[in-house]
Design a protein around this ligand. Structure first.
Ligand code: 3HC
Length: 306
């Protein structure tokens, strides 16, 4: 049965976090969905890096003839930076915010409690979490005095949804849509419609640790690390086997470096703790590498040197 997309109604988007994911989300929103974006990060240094990446990608598109100079200027002009000192007050007018900070439940809970207090009552609060429970994040939007069972409590939490983009966001065609126990159908429909406007195909997952994507990807990456740890093959042979034997664009160790080993470990811990299933136990080597500060591409060293 054909389904009709509801209008997303996002006239202005907030993006929280100017790391590789947040920057990519800001770019596709400004370029494909053509919405003005307010980009917030508590670190001005991070914002600078994010905007430099946006400029580089837009220059590449102009160089390849996919955008004219004027179109690139328009896209860039749609991305505005919220000064760090404004805090979330600077996001007050947005119709949806997509949070893309690091994978830390407490951090996300604090952020969502503040967002729910600062944003318009009808604004959608989306998280780009890779594995953390959307239901827990939604519960955190209620202040101490609001009962989750009250009409007010249900209304506030119903605006929270998982909108999981993939890295690099401008290239990867998927968004995973995750409904918390509290999410309303209207929130889901609008979030889906926005992801489609960004040029993405949407799949839906229940709110289980890692959703569909990372519940399948992370054990695969972890198993590759365990193969390396046990000396079954070299890093190159493990990666080449998967690249040439299975046509994966990157081998699993290269992919782990690309995602970030700290992110991989955080997701694996969420999977392990959330399911108590030993198949998700992170490898000791991964834990050690993160302890050493070898986080993959972003730190210059992971399974490979960069
Ligand atoms: N940001 C934006 N664009 C990028 C990019 C980046 N960081 N890195 C590469 N690209 C673009 C290039 O500019 C190029 O675009 P063009 O075709 O328009 O010129 C295109 O991607 C191809 O790049 P290259 O030719 O330089 O290199 P490759 O052909 O090797 O492709 C890749 C690079 C797209 C990253 C490819 O290796 C790939 O698809 N790798 C797997 C990525 C993947 O699996 N991502 C999902 C990770 S899991 C995740 O994000 C979930 C989270 O919860 C953990």
């Amino acid at each position: 049965m054909a389904s009709t997309l509801v209008p997303h109604g996002i006239r202005r988007l907030g993006v929280l976090g100017a790391g590789q994911m947040g920057t990519g989300i800001a770019l596709v929103s400004a370029m494909r969905a053509k919405v003005p974006v307010l980009l917030y990060d508590k670190s001005p240094e991070q914002v600078k890096k994010g905007l430099a990446l946006v400029d580089k990608l837009l220059d590449k598109d102009v160089g390849k003839g996919r955008l004219t100079n004027d179109e690139a200027k328009d896209v860039r002009g749609r991305i505005e930076v919220v000064p760090a000192e404004s805090g979330f007050k600077g996001l007050r007018d947005v119709d949806m915010v997509v949070e893309a900070v690091s994978e830390n439940l407490q951090l996300k809970e604090t952020i969502f409690a503040s967002l729910a207090a600062e944003l318009k009552p009808e604004a959608i609060l989306a998280t780009n979490t890779s594995s953390i429970s959307i239901t827990k994040i939604a519960a955190a939007t209620l202040g101490k005095n609001v009962s989750p069972a009250s009409e007010e409590g249900k209304r506030i939490a119903s605006r929270v949804v998982g909108l999981h983009f993939f890295n690099p966001v401008p290239v990867m065609k998927l968004v995973e849509l995750i409904s918390a126990l509290q999410t309303s159908q209207e929130t889901l429909d609008r979030a889906r419609s926005f992801a489609v406007a960004c040029g993405k195909t949407v799949t839906v997952s229940k709110d289980v640790p890692g959703f569909v994507s990372n519940a399948l990807l992370m054990p695969f990456i972890n198993e590759a690390i365990m193969h390396l740890e046990k000396g079954i093959a070299t890093r190159e042979d493990i990666d080449t086997t998967l690249k040439l034997g299975m046509n994966h664009p990157m081998g699993p160790l290269q992919l782990a470096d690309f995602i970030g080993l700290d992110t991989c470990l955080a997701i694996q811990k969420t999977l392990y703790e959330g399911t108590s299933d030993s198949k998700y136990r992170p490898s000791i080597l991964l834990e050690q590498m993160v302890n050493a500060g070898w986080l993959g591409r972003k730190s210059g060293k992971g399974f490979y040197d960069y």
